[in-house]
Design a protein around this ligand. Structure first.
Ligand SMILES: [Zn+2]
Length: 395
């Protein structure tokens, strides 16, 4: 009993000391508290109402109720509070305002997937360097980057030496190689373009991201060139050379690729990459995407992309749960690109990148790339973004 009494005496003494401190010494304990939201953090298997306290740019605590004071507060009641979103296929670095535009959508990390090749890679790297959130680039194996007439229709543009030199110069910002393989981009060169992309990437231990769909070579032949850690984007591309056959079976080469650690990504985009009947067949075969991405550019607001939360919403109608959709753009995306290795989580100590989303119920029309629509009952809307512990103002 004496120990309890002594504890009480000590506690009372401490309270008296606290009361006598001058006001200036009673600093606010946290920089920011996001209060009362439904916190979905797949890295911690957490889906519950929580307060999130942030200090010094890091997550300080995630608890049922945090009574301490903070310099800033976000009232997230009725909203989702999730780790900052990671978009692994964008063209954010095509424009100076790209990074700040997607930041408002909740995107706190982005990959520019092949906007530029060796000739002008410095342009995209300059944008990545000045981006408020982490941004990195995949170098297009076509040395002139995206070309209306097709990046590698002229095979000489798939220049191994030029790409290698560019990577060696910008090892800190180039995190992989992009090979766009569609008929209107690479023509009959698709296989050789991919072989060269792999030759470049392998020598630096980097992944290749392939843009699949409507290729001249059979998809299985192309997939054979992919190694563990590589990424297949535009996985919902309709035939010819879709990942699913006419009878609704996923190709054996696709299953084998996933088995050996190749990632499958959505890459929504605006032309030729997603068609609802193909989505339906692939989702029914239970071959679900590892990651969602937008293939974002400055027109995305006006196309069926809109923003990453909208692209994430599309598969809720096909049975994906909210935590599964969040995991695809947080924990999984962070595994695909190790540059995001300490992101995609809200565990204490992690970088305080947070997206506040609203999951609205209603009737929402979602567009594919062929003017086809489906109606979904739920859609994520971006509400607020916190980057490195600071609330981003929305314009
Ligand atoms: Zn793209």
């Amino acid at each position: 009993m004496w120990s309890r009494r002594r504890f009480l005496v000590t506690a009372a003494g401490a309270a008296a000391v606290a009361r006598s401190l001058p006001a200036v010494a009673q600093a606010r304990r946290y920089d920011l508290i996001v209060r009362g939201g439904r916190v979905v953090d797949p890295s911690a298997r957490l889906d519950a109402v929580r307060d999130v306290a942030i200090s010094g740019g890091r997550i300080a605590a995630v608890e049922r109720s945090i009574s301490s004071d903070a310099a800033d507060t976000i009232d997230a009641r009725g909203k989702l509070v999730v780790p900052g979103l990671l978009d692994i296929h964008t063209h954010v670095a095509r424009s100076a305002e790209g990074p700040s535009l997607v930041l408002q959508d909740g995107v706190t990390g982005w990959i520019d997937a092949g906007t530029q090749g060796a000739d002008h890679i410095a342009d995209t790297i300059a944008i990545a360097r000045s981006s408020p959130q982490p941004g990195r680039v995949l170098i297009n194996i076509g040395r002139a980057g995206l070309l209306p007439e097709g990046d590698t229709m002229d095979l000489a543009r798939a220049d191994v030496a030029a790409a290698r030199q560019a990577i060696a110069q910008h090892r800190d910002f180039i995190v992989g190689v992009k090979a766009r393989l569609s008929r209107d981009v690479a023509g009959a060169n698709d296989f050789e373009v991919l072989r060269r992309a792999q030759e470049v990437a392998s020598s630096f231990g980097l992944p290749v991201m392939i843009h699949m769909g409507q290729t001249i070579s059979p998809l299985s032949r192309l997939l054979d060139l992919l190694k563990r850690g590589d990424v297949v984007t535009h996985m919902f591309a309709p035939p010819p050379n879709s990942i699913v056959d006419d009878s609704g079976r996923i190709l054996p080469a696709v299953l084998a690729a996933r088995q050996r650690g190749v990632w499958f990504d959505v890459g929504n985009g605006q032309t030729g990459h997603i068609r609802w009947d193909t989505v339906d067949a692939i989702m029914k075969a239970h071959f679900w995407p590892d990651t969602f991405s937008t293939d974002w550019n400055t027109n995305s607001r006006q196309t069926g992309v809109i923003d990453l939360p909208n692209c994430m919403s599309k598969l809720l109608s096909y049975g994906m749960s909210v935590p599964q959709a969040i995991a695809a753009v947080t924990t999984t995306a962070a595994r695909v690109f190790p540059v995001f290795g300490d992101r995609g989580t809200m565990k204490a100590g992690a970088a305080a990148d947070v997206a506040v989303l609203e999951l609205r119920q209603g009737n929402f029309e979602f567009l594919d790339n062929f003017k086809g629509t489906i109606t979904g009952r739920q859609r994520f809307f971006p509400i607020a973004t916190v980057l490195a512990g600071k609330r981003i103002s929305r314009s």
